[in-house]
Write a protein that binds this ligand. Structure first.
Ligand code: AMP
Length: 288
């Protein structure tokens, strides 16, 4: 497995592979890999001849009071995990390689889809994501790119961006990987103390409660959100950022579940902000 740090090297490598008729799948990450990331690699391996993983902690998607400086980084560990999962090449640029001028003048902004949910408490976040993903797409020129359902709003934003800007890249979503107790895997879980880790299971517990009530016939969003709120508020370290029930395609808030929806939440456990979600009223994903 190759590790490349320069854009020019990546372009040359990709060009050679494409001349041989090989198709490339891209898995963009910020590193500190876990099974969630590796499930994207496995999906990419199934549909492409080569898998490229980018590892880049993108400063443009972090707010001024967020965890850019402390975000966990360990390239040696990541390289080992990526190689064993079948990655052919890691692109791990330095900040100056990706942003010779920072902040750069040109950004990619996706209206509407990026505005609600995490867009409220993280203004500019999705512009940072859409901008860096556009740069990665232009550098790697993959046939397909893989994103986790864990960041469902991000997946929709990228899919819309690719469609709106006629990018010839298929944007794929891969289901959420969870720990044995149901907590969605995340590099940020490493921030949690043992006691916080125990309490963090309240996110998936609330989603499962919502699903159970919905299957019993409750489709009123307000009542479902009230039940989820009560479940999360049982944990002393938990502070809810948002709990929303939204149209699964447009992210428009729904007062009633009468179509496919995403139930999405963001909760602080101590100082760590965690997100999770579940698709309901759709047969597409039954993975919670
Ligand atoms: P990150 O490194 O956190 O930016 O994540 C890189 C990619 O991995 C994104 O597309 C995430 O949605 C995806 N991802 C992160 N956690 C999970 C998970 N638990 N299950 C599936 N995909 C995940």
């Amino acid at each position: 497995m190759l590790i490349l740090r320069k854009i020019a090297e990546v372009r040359q490598w990709v060009q050679e592979k494409k001349k041989q008729g090989l198709r490339v799948g891209l898995v963009p990450t910020m590193g500190y890999l876990h099974e969630g990331h590796l499930s994207l690699v496995r999906a990419a391996r199934q549909e492409n001849d080569l898998v490229v993983m980018s590892i880049f902690v993108n400063p443009l998607q972090f707010g001024p009071r967020e965890d850019f400086a402390t975000y966990p980084r360990d390239l040696a560990r990541d390289a080992d995990l990526a190689e064993r999962a079948g990655v052919d090449m890691i692109f791990a640029p330095e900040g100056e390689e990706m942003y010779p001028y920072y902040p750069q003048d040109t950004t990619v902004q996706v209206a509407r889809l990026a505005e609600g949910l995490c867009g409220v408490s993280r203004p500019g976040h999705f512009t940072g994501v859409a901008t860096v993903v556009t740069k990665l797409f232009m550098i790697v020129l993959p046939e397909r790119a893989y994103f986790g359902q864990k960041d469902y709003q991000q997946f929709l934003v990228i899919k819309r961006m690719a469609a709106d800007l006629n990018m010839p890249i298929e944007v794929r979503m891969v289901p959420i990987k969870r720990e044995a107790d149901g907590l969605a895997m995340s590099s940020r879980n490493t921030y949690l103390s043992a006691e916080e880790r125990r309490q963090a299971v309240c996110l998936v517990a609330a989603l499962r409660l919502c699903k159970e009530r919905f299957e019993q016939g409750e489709n009123n969003s307000e009542r479902l959100i009230k039940a989820m709120t009560a479940r999360i508020n049982r944990e002393p370290a938990a502070q809810i950022d948002y709990i929303k029930i939204c149209d699964a395609d447009t992210l428009e808030e729904m007062s009633r579940i009468d179509r496919p929806v995403v139930v999405a939440l963001a909760v602080y456990i101590g100082k760590t902000r965690l997100i999770d979600n579940m698709l309901l009223n759709t047969d597409v994903m039954k993975n919670v």
